[in-house]
Design a protein around this ligand. Structure first.
Ligand code: ATP
Ligand code: MG
Length: 273
């Protein structure tokens, strides 16, 4: 058992019930000080269980990206407490936060954030390289991730040789290749046309169906319609929290149309780390 496994086991308590993936208690974030201080988050309390698929919506400036940065351990709260997988993030130094990000969270951004002049395959391998995974294992897992997002025939292409939708699918493969606890996306379809949006949402649906936990920040009702739960932020506070289907049910889009064996992402299922 590693030290982190031990921490998780302790956090799970004597009953062994897994802690929520996300547990935010009265989280605040203030940028700046004095007269120019901006209260971006004003006490956000939010828990997300394993397997949930949450859309976070809200007007521009309501605090969505601030929340994503805190949830993703890219920034720390000004106040309150945040636990990721039962681990109190507040006490961690920058080095341990970086390890936590690499192991537990897969990020997808509006602007893809792929490395130019590097093949799709090399881009997807990157988080595994940081994680110290051996070269042949990296290759095998990156190829499997690219196949799962339907890009097996594009692995040698560089980002500028791919459409926006294909680039975002590479980014999704890169986010998943480490088998993270949480897939965290900020406006993942904001730069995509409607066909590419549908591709990415179909991938998210399948990931959710296979048990993965997703938190997706979006302006678009169409994107939120795929989530099991919709959280609305207004002025740095949770102003609405609507569950559309139970955590352990398939996501709404798949639930409505499922007619038999659900599509599974065998190679990318969440497993013990
Ligand atoms: N680094 C920063 N320094 C100062 N103020 C900031 C900083 N980042 C965000 N803010 C402010 O915090 C508030 C919340 O910003 P945030 O980026 O979280 O909003 P958002 O909901 O993601 O908006 P959008 O939909 O436009 O992306 C805004 O008033 C913004 O101006
Ligand atoms: Mg934002």
């Amino acid at each position: 058992m590693t030290a982190t496994d031990a921490t998780r086991a302790l956090a799970a308590g004597p009953g062994g019930a897994a802690p929520p993936v996300l547990d935010l208690q009265a989280v605040t974030k203030v940028y700046g000080t004095g007269d120019t201080a901006v209260h971006a988050l004003r006490g956000v309390t939010l828990t997300v269980e394993r397997g949930d698929y949450v859309a976070v919506m809200g007007a521009s400036g309501s605090g969505k990206s601030t929340l994503m940065n805190i949830v993703g351990c890219l920034d720390v709260p000004s106040g309150g407490r945040y636990r990721l997988d039962g681990l109190d993030v507040g006490g961690l130094d920058e080095r341990r936060l970086a390890i936590l990000r690499n192991r537990r969270i897969g990020f997808v951004f509006q602007s893809f954030n792929l490395i130019p002049r590097m093949s799709a395959l090399a881009n997807v391998e990157l988080p595994l390289a940081y994680g110290g995974v051996r070269r042949d294992e990296r290759r095998r897992r990156a190829l499997a991730a690219l196949a799962e997002v339907g890009l097996a025939d594009r692995v040698r292409h560089e980002p500028n040789e791919l459409s926006g939708g294909q680039q975002q699918r590479v980014a999704v493969a890169r986010a998943l290749v480490t088998a993270p606890t949480l897939l965290l996306a900020d406006e993942p379809t904001g730069a995509l046309d409607s066909a590419s949006t549908a591709d990415v949402l179909a991938i998210f649906d399948r990931l959710s169906r296979s048990g993965r936990t997703l938190v997706v920040i979006t302006h678009e009702e169409e994107v939120a319609a795929h989530a099991k739960r919709v959280v609305r932020l207004v002025d740095g506070r949770v102003a609405g929290d609507r569950r559309r289907v139970p955590v352990d049910a398939p996501p709404p889009a798949l639930g409505a149309s499922s007619t038999g064996t659900p599509p599974e992402l065998g190679g990318l299922r969440e497993g013990p780390r």
